[in-house]
Unconditional design. Structure first.
Length: 184
């Protein structure tokens, strides 16, 4: 079941087109969820993708599919550390930032505004979302766009095509491990 969620919601990350994706996974058995995450992490260990459970409730889990090497690069971009500092992040170390994000997710019902950074969204769009309280975007796709609308539309189309292709291949029996592009 977890594989289906990954194909539907995380294909761009599996294809190395995107830093990360989040998916809310429903479960009946927490032990089964944990073993499924561990199994997929073992299958993907040489690809650069890992799954992390950021938050759990009684019957759902927020699963983060991330390429930590891409996240490390994103965290070093100009202006990112300044934005994150405003939300209590002490540095741009990947593991420390993920732990801070987890704690912020646990403390609130809403998504922390800086989460776009962890998903590979453009910094200007993350700032635009924060400054506009989620209103007045130029367009919406995987995220709300405030700056480079033309580029974002192309990116959204690429992500959608990726999902279509990955879904077809997965339904034909291709495994998640075979579909995941390896990091170099």
């Amino acid at each position: 079941m977890l594989e289906k969620y990954l194909i539907e919601h995380c294909s761009p990350t599996l294809a190395s087109l995107k830093t990360a994706n989040l998916v809310n996974v429903l479960f009946d058995d927490e032990a089964l969820l944990t073993s499924s995450v561990e199994k997929i992490n073992n299958e993907l260990q040489d690809t650069g993708v890992c799954l992390l459970v950021l938050k759990k409730s009684e019957n759902s889990a927020l699963v983060y599919a991330v390429r930590k090497s891409k996240l490390a690069h994103d965290l070093q971009q100009d202006g990112v550390s300044d934005l994150l500092r405003d939300y209590g992040y002490c540095n741009t170390d990947v593991e420390a930032c993920i732990e801070r994000l987890k704690s912020r997710l646990i403390c609130t019902e809403e998504f922390p505004h800086e989460i776009g950074i962890f998903l590979g969204y453009p910094l200007d769009d993350v700032k635009g979302f924060i400054e506009n309280a989620g209103q007045n975007s130029k367009c919406t796709g995987c995220w709300k766009v405030y700056c480079n609308e033309c580029e974002a539309i192309k990116t959204f189309a690429k992500f959608n095509k990726c999902k279509e292709v990955y879904t077809k291949l997965w339904l034909k029996g291709r495994s998640i491990a075979k579909l995941t592009v390896r990091a170099f």
